[in-house]
Ligand binder design. Structure first.
Ligand code: UDP
Length: 431
């Protein structure tokens, strides 16, 4: 195994995290590429340009780079429209590879859109395809309470096709694997469970009081609950806001000493630039009269997060669906217990009663109770924080990357006869 083509067409690993479309998948792609690069495997991550002036190649570290190719307009556009431009994306990847005289030993695609491109490239290159869904359209549809959140039938059909045709699929948990089999009716032995990783060098514990001082946050006895993530309905932030309102009313923790910090979105956006979900959440905060408790502080870079995680008493992950849930792991790596919904990957990464608590999803009362339990009992919080660090170590990136590499090596031989050279129809192979 010498060179891997990684496809992340709809969202670049260089994108600002915490926006609408950049989160766990972007972090996963970036970190895996870096880890593989350090092992001497060259990784090119292909993505579409979202701005005119984007450099075509950005190095992420030894042997790992992001290759940004014009695919449709060089502007952010709805990710569902990416499907229409995939033929162009595929051609430009071929053009790039031919122009640089590169051949790839394997394709690793991320999200259903890139999966389509991967199957097309396999026709020309004949190399095996490993695919990761990150989220499943059928699961999102099951959870969606309004059709607006729903995913297209086309997406679900393509996901089924990928399950049947990819050489290997990586599921993040045994539940993720079972959901693939249940919803798509595919009994695929090619679905292999490998959890996501966490960068334990970046995500480590800082002294809580010191972290708060450095961030200008209120010291003890203020209780800080932290949310980190994209501001979108599936993240269940409304449940958390309701649970903060319940806690503020109950007064077990003094209202003036209760804070929810929301990291994600854009704190500098003007009101007319807020997305629908942010608008909905901000009016909920207002309606519930917790403007003094809830603070939207905008997105943060990964380097800024360890201090925030360390400063918090609890990190809350109230998602309705989470195929894995990196935030829960990052928080634990920083020694902060997590209160999370009992859904998806969170049921594996958060050990209930050991490194935090699980609560029924969409249940503000349950969340409030679990959060109170942790913030009111210093000893319990400390003990669970220590357990959390130990738990997160199991997911340290070097271990996870070894497993991914093991899978690559196991399927490396699955080459398929490639089509005869198919002519490219891009004038002068312009990139
Ligand atoms: N993230 C970040 N800054 C932000 C918000 C989120 O760096 O302001 C990162 C976060 O650290 C995590 C990822 O985005 O690595 C979110 O991943 P998760 O799996 O929790 O959710 P997803 O985005 O995949 O739904």
């Amino acid at each position: 195994m010498q060179r891997v083509a990684m496809l992340a067409v709809h969202s670049s690993p260089l994108a600002t995290l915490g926006g609408k479309e950049a989160g766990g998948m972007n972090v996963y792609v970036r970190e895996l590429a870096r880890e593989l690069g350090q092992r001497g495997i060259a990784v090119d991550i292909f993505t579409r340009a979202q701005r005119r002036s984007e450099p075509q190649i950005v190095e992420l570290g030894p042997n790992a780079r992001v290759v940004t190719l014009r695919t449709g307009p060089a502007a952010p556009y709805d990710k569902n429209s990416v499907l229409d431009y995939l033929p162009e994306f595929v051609k430009r990847i071929r053009c790039f590879a031919d122009g640089q005289d590169l051949s790839y030993d394997l394709i690793h695609s991320h999200y259903w859109l890139s999966g389509v491109a991967a199957l097309e490239l396999r026709k020309m290159w004949g190399v095996p395809v490993v695919h990761m869904f990150h989220t499943l359209g059928a699961m999102k549809n099951q959870i969606a309470t309004t059709p607006v959140w729903g995913e297209s039938e086309e997406r679900v059909a393509i996901e089924g096709r990928l399950l049947r045709e990819a050489d290997a699929i990586i599921a993040a948990t045994p539940l993720d694997r079972a959901q693939m089999q249940f919803h798509y009716g595919v009994e695929s032995e090619r679905v292999v469970v490998i959890p996501c990783g966490v960068d334990t060098d970046t995500f480590h514990r800082y002294d809580r009081a010191d972290a708060r001082r450095r961030l200008g946050l209120p010291a003890d006895p203020t209780k800080i609950v932290l949310f980190v993530g994209r501001i979108e309905p599936l993240k269940g932030l409304d449940t958390l806001i309701r649970s903060m309102a319940l806690m503020a009313d109950r007064g077990e923790v003094r209202r003036s000493e209760l804070k929810l910090l929301v990291v994600g979105g854009d704190a500098h956006a003007r009101e007319d630039q807020w997305g629908g979900e942010e608008r909905r959440l901000r009016s909920l905060v207002h309606e519930l009269g917790v403007d003094d408790v809830v603070q939207f502080i905008g997105s943060r870079t990964q380097d800024q997060l360890p201090l925030l995680y360390s400063a918090a008493d609890v990190v809350a992950v109230p998602s309705h669906y989470e195929s894995f849930g990196l935030v829960a792991l990052e928080a634990q790596a920083c020694g902060t217990p997590v209160v999370a919904s009992r859904v998806g990957g969170l049921t594996f990464t958060v050990q209930d009663g050991v490194a935090g608590f699980l609560a029924p999803w969409d249940d503000a009362h349950a969340f409030a109770g679990k959060i109170e339990q942790l913030v009111l009992h210093e000893g319990l919080r400390e003990e669970m924080g220590a357990n959390a660090i130990a738990n997160a170590q199991q997911y340290a990136w070097p271990r996870i990357a070894d497993r991914v590499l093991g899978l690559y090596q196991a399927i490396e031989h699955l080459r398929k006869p490639a089509h005869a050279i198919v002519p490219l129809h891009i004038p002068r192979c312009a990139l």
